[in-house]
Design a binder for this molecule. Structure first.
Ligand code: ZN
Length: 379
């Protein structure tokens, strides 16, 4: 396996051509909208936020304990001088580092914190998703409902406390290859529409299941687990108080911000995103911590399934794909990205195995098939 000489995309990546050792992403990066990264500026953000001033809180910042949302909270307090309400939704799969980061940062900044606990359905849903995945031969996405839970929690808390704005830390950098290749990704879509293509995903899952030439019994069992997964998703939506009326009963629900009396925005539409200096600031100023060399998406313990599947499909982890984008944008060195990718690729399988064990699901060979060109060459 060869890797792009500019970023770290491997030549095993489907649909990406290489010319003189340079991948298609790098060759076109000057023209895709994601890389232009024009920001609206701090002045525009201050102006917007001032328009909602007057209540007990200027804005709400949903935090996960990960680097991006932690930085948003830090920036809102220390740079903008605002009074935010911090909102932390525990998914039930929160990494210990992340939970400690949330508490430590809120104490350091003197910010009021509301913690939302997961419903019992979240774990049941993930359990069923793993059972389905085993029969599909690939891991299905398990994050959609968690995102719904977070949105419900955040919207409901904002209404309760009369908070006019929600400020997220989402960026285009974590968009998948499909979004990237389609060149349609925008921060808006990232923040508002990630759960929107579930129908397409469900159709793909059905075709994959049918195409696996599994035994009839296995296919039926897989489909039954898939249906239970959807059922728990609906129960989860209801139990988490999704503010969507009858739509809450839609298993493919995407909780929307429209008509909720609160405005949602991303800090990084206004302020340059530069993750590694951000991490240094957080470590120094609020005692932020992460596992060694895993600062990205370390907040969630089931994030590993996405990394594992992406590695198996393309030869690079999902986080590695994000890092390639950072390299291309001059925000991370190629050597450093390679080193981190090697660690992610090495650890993904073991981290997935821990979740199987924790939930009492037989892994049954689901992790046995070797990822596509899994070994990362030394440089
Ligand atoms: Zn490249």
């Amino acid at each position: 396996m060869q890797r792009c000489s500019i970023c770290i995309i491997p030549d095993t990546f489907p649909g990406v051509s290489f010319t003189d050792g340079v991948c298609g992403f790098c060759r076109t990066s000057g023209t895709t909208p994601q890389v232009k990264r024009t920001v609206l500026g701090e002045g525009a953000l201050r102006e917007l936020l001032a328009s909602g001033a007057g209540g007990s809180y200027d804005c709400a910042v949903p935090i996960s304990g990960g680097k991006d949302s932690s930085y948003v909270l830090y920036y809102v307090v220390r740079t903008l001088g605002l009074r935010p309400l911090a909102l932390f939704m525990d998914s039930g799969f929160t990494n210990d580092f992340a939970r400690r980061n949330v508490e430590r940062e809120c104490a350091a900044l003197g910010v009021a914190l509301v913690i939302g606990e997961p419903t019992v359905y979240r774990r049941l849903l993930v359990r069923e998703a793993l059972e389905t995945s085993k029969r599909l031969g690939r891991f299905v996405r398990m994050c959609g409902n968690c995102e719904n839970n977070i949105r419900s929690f955040v919207i409901n808390e904002c209404r309760k406390h009369g908070v006019p704005f929600i400020i997220w830390g989402s960026t285009d950098f974590e968009d998948s290859a499909a979004y990237f290749l389609s060149a349609k990704a925008t921060t808006h879509r990232r923040a508002f529409g990630r759960f929107g293509n579930v129908f397409r995903r469900a159709g793909k899952a059905a075709r994959t299941l049918a195409g696996r030439r599994r035994g009839v019994a296995d296919t039926i069992v897989g489909a039954a687990h898939g249906l239970r997964c959807l059922y728990y998703g609906v129960r989860d939506n209801v139990a988490s108080g999704a503010p969507e009326g009858a739509r809450t009963l839609n298993p493919f629900l995407e909780v929307s911000y429209e008509g909720k009396g609160v405005r949602s925005l991303s800090l990084f539409d206004y302020v340059e995103y530069d993750p590694y200096p951000m991490i240094e600031t957080l470590r120094r100023e609020v005692g932020w911590q992460s596992p060694a060399d895993k600062e990205s998406r370390m907040d969630c313990r089931i994030h590993c399934f996405g990394n594992f599947q992406h590695l198996r499909d393309t030869g690079i982890t999902r986080d590695g794909f994000t890092m390639a984008h950072l390299v291309r944008s001059g925000l991370l060195s190629r050597d450093e990205a390679l080193r981190r990718e090697e660690i992610l690729a090495r650890d993904a399988e073991g981290e997935c195995r821990e979740v199987f064990d924790e939930l009492g699901v037989e892994e049954a060979g689901a992790l046995a098939a070797k990822p596509r060109e899994a070994r990362v060459p030394r440089t």
